[in-house]
Ligand binder design. Structure first.
Ligand code: SF4
Length: 94
């Protein structure tokens, strides 16, 4: 990932690409905008521990997770949960 930092103070590059502009307001406090998106979209088999640690401190964690679940985000860590954990959460809800 070449774009580590988001100049507008919103989510990292890959998050940005998947979110429509009207949904961006809640992301102004996103901690991942300050750390870069690499932690949140690790290579397959890499640890997501650092991303989860950052998410645990993020003030918009709930909104982020809700967004990811609502939009069926399949890749990366959102709201402190990995893709696998979000899938398990979705399955448990049905
Ligand atoms: S909860 Fe995690 S992925 Fe979501 S905005 Fe905060 S730091 Fe980024």
């Amino acid at each position: 990932m070449s774009e580590r930092f988001s100049p507008s103070g919103t989510l990292g590059a890959m998050h940005i690409e998947t979110i429509a502009p009207p949904d961006l307001d809640w992301q102004e406090e996103a901690l991942c905008a300050q750390t870069g998106s690499d932690f949140f979209f690790p290579e397959p088999g890499s640890s997501v521990r650092e991303a989860k640690r950052i998410c645990a401190l993020c003030p918009i964690r709930s909104a982020c997770l809700e967004y990811a679940l609502d939009h069926d985000e399949r890749f990366g860590v959102w709201g402190g949960l990995s893709e696998k954990e979000r899938l398990e959460l979705r399955r448990a809800a049905h």
